[in-house]
Design a protein around this ligand. Structure first.
Ligand SMILES: [Zn+2]
Length: 107
């Protein structure tokens, strides 16, 4: 096949979505957003091109959200007044201040 020298797959059913998102972000050098476990439309997991994944809050309305174009409103941090008052942040499997790493190195 021509022109394709890298690929990413989510063929491993045991791979958490955040890890797949981190692989995509690193391989394509893009930000990759994925839902977290809170169900809050304004809270997502963000994978950066360095492969690290953080919980962040995004604006919960606006044209860009509907088109999948997000911007960070603020990171989800334990010292953030919003997150301290939001029970879903505190009880998430990705609590405030989460920094997920451990994505395998590129080939
Ligand atoms: Zn939060």
């Amino acid at each position: 096949m021509s022109g394709i020298d890298r690929s990413v797959t989510h063929a491993d059913p045991g791979m958490p979505e955040w890890r797949f998102c981190a692989l995509v972000a690193r391989e394509l050098a893009v930000r990759c957003w994925t839902a977290d476990d809170t169900g809050l439309p304004s809270r997502l997991l963000l994978a950066e091109p360095d492969g690290k994944v953080r919980a962040v809050h995004v604006p919960d309305e606006g044209d860009d959200v509907g088109r999948g174009r997000y911007r960070i409103n603020h990171p989800c941090l334990a010292e953030c007044a919003h997150c301290v008052g939001e029970p879903l942040c505190r009880t998430s499997a990705f609590p405030p201040g989460t920094l997920l790493t451990g994505v395998p190195p590129s080939r």
